[in-house]
Write a protein that binds this ligand. Sequence first.
Ligand code: BDR
Ligand code: CA
Length: 312
Amino acid sequence: ARKIIIDTDPGQDDAVAILLALASPELEVLGLTVVAGNVPLPHTERNARMLCELAGRPDLPVYAGADAPLSRKLVTAEHVHGKTGLDGVTLPPPTMSIAPGHAVDFLIETLRREPAGSVTLVPIGPLTNIALAFQRAPDIITRVQEIVLMGGAYFEVGNVTPTAEFNIYVDPEAAKLVFAAGAPITVMPLDVTHKALTSRAWVEEMRAMGRVGQAIASWTDFFERYDREKYGSHGAPLHDPCTIAWLLEPRLFTGRYINVEIETQGEYTLGMTVADWWRVSGRPANATFIREVDAEGFFALLTRRIGTLDRQ
Ligand code: BDR
Ligand code: CA
């Protein structure tokens, strides 16, 4: 199985990504590293533990990481995710404890211990933990197999400012460092995740499934409310699960290997992912920027895998 570490700020869509990964035998989740983002760290790390228990995996180590961006004040998104970050369902309080040690130390130690090129990082929140690990231990960068992250937007522009996507906007300095590091990167920007919209029929299929399916149905109902009010769109965008789906079925996605730079200075464009789609800048490519998804295939994959958790 392919070894991954999910770096996360759960988040209803983070929750679905984590559950999908834990339901997939092709992936070996070495641990969850948690960061502040959608809501502050005390909530995100607690949510991560509740999710492991929901998936029947209280053995999985969950490490708490950065509680604030590298150099900025934390921006959160309670207006999207609710006060806890996982509003929509009340899960039982976690009984498993947080793993001892800092998430950044876990990232460094794991990448040094495992064979070079055998661990994939899946960041689905602000990139603070990953940047701190690369900053503190540059030797681990070449040991990373691949980074598959959710963040950014180009043609779809922003969801937190007119030009910036939330994960990148929260910690643009961290994102800049990660995109410049030299590790292979695949990016799931809003351009693709806004095409991974839940349908009524899919949500009802989830709700009919079992404990896990019911939780996902209630989360996506909660999450959809915001997009409906804000953009008049129907369906909840399942941003973060696109990363895991890419690892499982890359054929569902298409994109281009291009140069992507992170704006950290712009007066109006802070946190923008400047994606050179037409390759006009002459700057070297550093990321595979995904733009299209076979949404039907994506939701069918989710249904099959979540079903296996509910049948356990
Ligand atoms: C990203 O920001 C968060 O709100 C979601 O969990 C996702 O990771 C989408 O912009
Ligand atoms: Ca997230």
